[in-house]
Design a protein around this ligand. Structure first.
Ligand SMILES: [Zn+2]
Length: 225
């Protein structure tokens, strides 16, 4: 039954590339082969800026999948996960990032940047959780979403300048349960990293755990830091 209905539905509602909108062909998933091939993957082109950011945030490693700017069509990939409820895409992209994290040995836990419960209820999911799910699967480590809570429902960061973003999100997070996290190497996961304000606010909490080491992973990195 399913097999005879499926192609028919595909004809009515063809799957399209989340970046360019072209209809996908057999064997393509989420992105057409042109957009997948052109994805500006992290090939170490930002090493110096990343190093600076690592030092600034006090984190061990910074992993990101691809580079995007506001004008780039690739921002639609993040947008599709976040606002168009493309949950499978979130996990798939997380897996892709996990597979590219060559030196990720030693990471014990994956902790997604939480949404405020009210925001998560409205959206139905937390995009960082989906991405973290894909990464944790590849690394073979536990994903823990009950450690860090968002206690302030901050307005959207989009459109705010750097200083306002930092003030907006500072004190937004609280650690709930640190049992067993002492001395762990935690991977904090978010969808995008721009100013680093969210990571900084999470770090303020995570650093309260004795002997903790933190690395960060995100899908998109904006060039305009
Ligand atoms: Zn495309």
């Amino acid at each position: 039954m399913k097999s005879s209905v499926f192609p028919f539905l595909r004809l009515l509602f063809p799957r399209t590339c989340v970046v360019c909108g072209d209809v996908l062909v057999e064997g393509e998933r989420f992105l057409c082969s042109g957009c997948l091939g052109g994805l500006p993957l992290n090939e170490g082109m930002d090493e110096e800026a990343d190093e600076e950011m690592r030092g600034d945030l006090g984190i061990e490693n910074l992993y990101w999948l691809f580079r995007y700017d506001r004008g780039s069509d690739y921002h639609r990939l993040v947008h599709a996960v976040k606002y168009r409820s493309n949950r499978e895409l979130g996990v798939w992209a997380g897996r892709m990032l996990g597979e590219r994290m060559g030196n990720a040995d030693g990471i014990d836990r994956v902790i997604p940047v939480p949404l405020h419960p009210k925001r998560e209820r409205e959206r139905g999911f937390n995009q960082a959780f989906l991405i973290g799910t894909g990464i944790a699967e590849v690394l073979g480590v536990r994903l823990e979403s009950d450690r860090l809570k968002r206690v302030v429902n901050t307005p959207s960061q989009t459109g705010l300048e750097r200083e306002r973003r930092a003030g907006n999100v500072a004190d937004a997070f609280r650690l709930e349960n640190v049992e067993g996290l002492e001395g762990c190497h935690v991977l904090l996961v978010d969808d995008v990293i721009t100013s680093g304000a969210t990571v900084r606010a999470c770090m303020a909490e995570l650093c309260k755990i004795r002997g903790i080491r933190v690395s960060v992973a995100c899908l998109g990195k904006s060039g305009g830091i």
